[in-house]
Design a protein around this ligand. Structure first.
Ligand code: BES
Ligand code: ZN
Length: 450
């Protein structure tokens, strides 16, 4: 692996934090200098070496490959998510952990399929509130309804599926206008180029099936199907009584009881149509490798790995996990290290952000900064105020929590592949996986080691 010039700048908002205020991260030049000097002769301790010498980026990469390319999308409540959970469980058992599958219900949702009479498949998102179709779907000609305004419809729309462009009026208004004109279904296509299908949100229930598709798909349907009076078939099914699960691996010290608990978490689900290599096979696979490396060293705290389901539908799995902790367990919980999107190769994502819900430092950020100094983590660490991942659930339960995530420094931008079908293994960096594993692994070990 290419050895990068060790650029070491730590961005902190310590002073602002102690004064109770939070602003954008401040670069403490003196710390940067001190840290840069350390790098010439990293003060990595023997206990850090025990961890980082054993963390294998190749093993992490292979697991990401399995999750993102072999399984593919791991949408909440689907077989893909369950398969990932089973794989993780087997692995953790093989490492000797006590492993629990914690199952929970997820809300009903709609899924859809769209194909043309020429058997071309079109990726489609179905919004909550869409009507379902009979099993065979609805088959109809398309009506080009422009932007879906009242004046865009004619009597020709009756009995057809209205094909409507995004823009100018709300999705709900477009659907209402189509229904009023006698359309039996609605397809809304994007007006900007995005890799995945549009996700229209229509508010309440409507009496016809509704789907969102990409700009490219919409324009192709206009040219091909609508122009030549071919048909499309839209199937919409309600998925009911779906289950998701958290996989929890525990390791307690040999002696005594009521030890402090440290939770390492990563979500295993992805959004639809995304292989989720970075979001979040990366965090999942790094956590699995940490479970491997930390499986047998003597420890004086309880270590839990929580592989979380149903994150992408609103942190459902992690909320369930913390809701099942007793008050006593919450009281013993000292930290949550959450990894979500730690492996992107996107060149601008040169910083490791430590997102906390309140933007304040805590035991996790302090420990990670101290570890980064000792081991010479090449990337900047940035303390930043942000929710949007499972650390929120731990924080809400009163447990100091951090989401480790790679972003572009300054802008805090995420990689452009985020939540798209482009989130694939080719945009994963072995070097950055190793960096995240070393940082979080050595931090965790520094807290739990005997
Ligand atoms: N992997 C992202 C994490 C993330 C963190 C995204 C910070 C953006 C900013 C996560 O899986 C995600 O997409 N979260 C959702 C919110 C969640 C509550 C469904 C999001 O940010 O849209
Ligand atoms: Zn995520």
């Amino acid at each position: 692996m290419k050895k990068r010039k060790k650029h070491y700048s730590i961005m902190l908002s310590m002073m602002l934090v102690t004064s109770g205020l939070y602003f954008a991260p401040v670069n403490l030049t003196s710390q940067v200098k001190a840290a840069t000097q350390n790098l010439a002769d990293p003060s990595t301790k023997a206990f850090d070496q025990k961890v980082i010498a054993r963390i294998s980026a190749e093993r992490i990469y292979k697991d990401i490959h399995f999750f993102s390319e072999t399984i593919g999308p791991r949408v909440t409540g689907t077989e893909g998510e369950e398969r990932a959970a089973e794989y993780i469980k087997e692995r953790l058992l093989s490492y000797g952990y006590k492993v629990e599958t914690q199952e929970f219900s997820v809300p009903d949702k709609m899924i859809g399929h769209l194909h043309t009479s020429d058997h071309n498949e079109v990726l489609v998102n179905i919004p909550a509130g869409s009507a379902a179709t009979p099993n065979e779907g609805v088959t109809a000609k398309l009506f080009n309804a422009g932007l879906g305004k009242v004046t865009d419809f004619t009597v020709e729309a009756t009995g057809k599926i209205a094909l409507i462009s995004r823009g100018e009026i709300t999705f709900k208004e477009k659907v209402d206008n189509a229904v009023a004109a006698g359309a039996i279904g609605v397809l809304i296509y994007d007006n900007i180029n995005q890799p995945g299908p549009l996700n229209p949100s229509i508010g309440g229930n409507v009496p016809v099936p509704v789907g969102g598709i990409s700009k490219v798909s919409g324009e192709a349907l206009l040219q091909d199907v609508a122009a030549q009076s071919k048909t499309v078939t839209l199937n919409v099914n309600r998925i009911e009584n779906a289950k998701s699960q958290n996989i929890i691996a525990t390791r307690a010290p040999n002696k005594g009881k009521n030890h402090d608990i440290l939770h390492v978490s990563a979500h295993i689900d992805s959004v639809p149509f995304a292989a989720g290599a970075n979001d979040n096979a990366s965090g999942t696979a790094v956590a699995l490798e940490l479970a491997n490396v930390l499986k047998s060293y003597p420890i004086d705290k309880e270590l839990r790995f929580v592989f979380v389901g149903a994150e992408e539908i609103g942190l459902v799995g992690s909320e369930y996990y913390v809701s099942q902790l007793s008050q006593e367990e919450v009281g013993r919980s000292i930290a949550n290290f959450n990894m979500d999107m730690v492996g992107t190769a996107w060149e601008n994502a040169t910083a490791i952000y430590m997102n906390t819900l309140d933007g304040k430092a805590n035991i996790v950020t302090d420990t990670a900064l101290a570890t980064a100094q000792r081991i010479g983590t090449p990337s900047q660490l940035v303390l930043y105020q942000r929710g949007s991942s499972d650390h929120v659930s731990f924080h809400d339960a009163g447990i100091p929590a951090v989401n480790f995530i790679r972003r572009e420094p300054g802008t805090a931008n995420l990689e452009p592949y985020y939540h798209t079908p482009l989130d694939k293994i080719e945009h994963i960096s072995l070097e950055r996986l190793k960096e995240a594993g070393d940082l979080v692994g050595a931090s965790v070990y520094s807290l739990i080691r005997k």
